[in-house]
Design a protein around this ligand. Structure first.
Ligand code: FAD
Length: 376
């Protein structure tokens, strides 16, 4: 075995074909037989899901693993209710809707998902296959690996105020899962990026009160959003402060507000804001996690790939979506879809080098119709 990273004393059990497994309950102490698969996809974001589809069209099976409890990556975790406008042929599509459409599209290929488990160990074997293991002990013996791990196991930057952890998920939110629950509430939004501004604009008309707090006068968000926010402030529909969070205001175990430290020279410098909910959008830790330690060539925390195969520095290991980098890379969903299509052909060649490759159209290919379950 070469390139052994993170396996620490793993016992090598015989590989067996497995179709069903209960992943989340798996104990890290039990040595399980490895699941043998043509391809293992790490990451069930939009690009990982579409990778299943592109492989499936070529008749290649895959298992897919994600550390989150649900598929969908950033779309599901960070902006499920936001409309996306740049998915080809879908003038507007909600982020969660996109994930659901992808799940529907990959149904015919029956890829097994292993959710709620982070991949922590990876090793290239001398026979060209790969041993991969998750934190819960699920093991894979894969012919090729696709890293579709986005920004890695991402974590929102916390507000960092004393006692804040106790209110996480109830009165302090780092993402909005159910915007309706915020209607009619006193809200304070922290941040100056697109998430902070988008939610400000979305919620200002529906909240009882909304205050935006940002540490600088300039915002990182789209200028049009900033202009709309300033219009709302001028119209008295919301307030905006240049300030930092200072401390929570808590009474009888409930969040009643937040003290902010004004940075615009106003005296007194600390100002109390009444609030039932704080929405904090300080961005994500771009934490590649264990993937950064697998010896693959990195550039600015992304995996270097070529633009023909989307293969990393290790043959047989491919990377698609936000996790990869190459000249001209743009972190867009449609770029990841293109990468997945080309990676699928490269994976087919990697697994079956003798096989002649033909470009077939889904409109006319009988074998693709069969794989998709399209009736004749
Ligand atoms: P991700 O969506 O990040 O998914 C990666 C998955 O890998 C995650 O689920 C993660 O849990 C998992 N993972 C990571 N490490 C491991 C591990 N070790 N083990 C197991 N699982 C792991 N793009 C557009 O094209 N159009 C838009 O309009 C648009 N709007 C956006 C709005 C916002 C607010 C944000 C934050 C992003 C937006 N994007 C948009 C960007 C788009 O969401 C990303 O480009 C896209 O999600 C990348 O998909 P992915 O599959 O590569 O990675």
């Amino acid at each position: 075995m070469v390139g052994l990273v993170g396996f620490r004393g793993l016992i090598h059990a015989a590989s067996v074909e497995v179709t069903v497994s209960s992943d989340v309950s798996a104990s890290p102490c039990v040595a399980q037989a490895a699941i043998r698969t043509e391809v293992l996809i790490i990451g069930a974001g939009p690009c990982g899901l579409f990778q299943v589809f592109e492989l499936g069209l070529l008749g290649i099976g895959a298992h897919i693993v994600d550390s989150l409890a649900r598929p969908g990556g950033q779309c599901t975790e960070l902006y499920p209710e936001k409309p996306i406008y740049d998915i080809p042929a879908l003038p507007v599509c909600g982020a969660q809707e996109l994930v659901e459409r992808l799940l529907e599209q990959i149904k015919p290929f029956k890829a097994q998902m292993h959710l709620g488990q982070e991949v922590t160990a990876f090793a290239a074997r001398e026979d060209g296959r790969f041993d991969v293991q998750t934190v819960t002990g699920t093991r894979f013996d894969a012919g090729a690996v696709v890293l579709a791990a986005g920004v890695g196991s991402f974590q929102p930057r916390r507000i960092g105020l004393e006692g804040a952890e106790a209110f996480e998920g109830s009165a302090i939110h780092y993402r909005v899962k159910d915007s309706a629950s915020l209607h009619g509430q006193q809200l304070v939004v922290f941040g100056g990026g697109d998430s902070a501004l988008d939610w400000t604009l979305e919620l200002a008309p529906k909240a009882r009160s909304l205050t935006l707090v940002h540490r600088r006068h300039e915002f990182r968000a789209a200028p049009a959003s900033v202009a709309r926010m300033r219009d709302l402030v001028s119209a008295g529909r919301m307030r905006c402060f240049e300030a930092l969070p200072e401390s929570l205001i808590v009474a009888d175990g409930e969040l009643r507000g937040v003290n902010i430290k004004l940075l615009d020279g106003t005296s007194p410098a600390v100002h109390a804001l009444e609030a039932q909910k704080l929405l904090v959008f300080f961005g994500l830790h771009p934490k590649l996690g264990p993937i950064a330690e697998w010896g693959l060539e990195l550039e600015r925390k992304a995996l270097k790939v070529d633009t023909e195969k989307f293969q990393t520095s290790l043959p047989g290991v491919f990377a698609v979506g936000d996790i990869n980098t190459y000249p001209g890379k743009k972190k867009l969903i449609l770029s990841g879809f293109h990468e997945a299509a080309l990676a699928a052909f490269a994976i087919q060649h990697h697994l079956y080098p003798q096989k002649k490759q033909f470009l077939q159209y889904t409109t006319t290919s009988p074998i693709m119709h069969q794989r998709l379950g399209v009736p004749d």
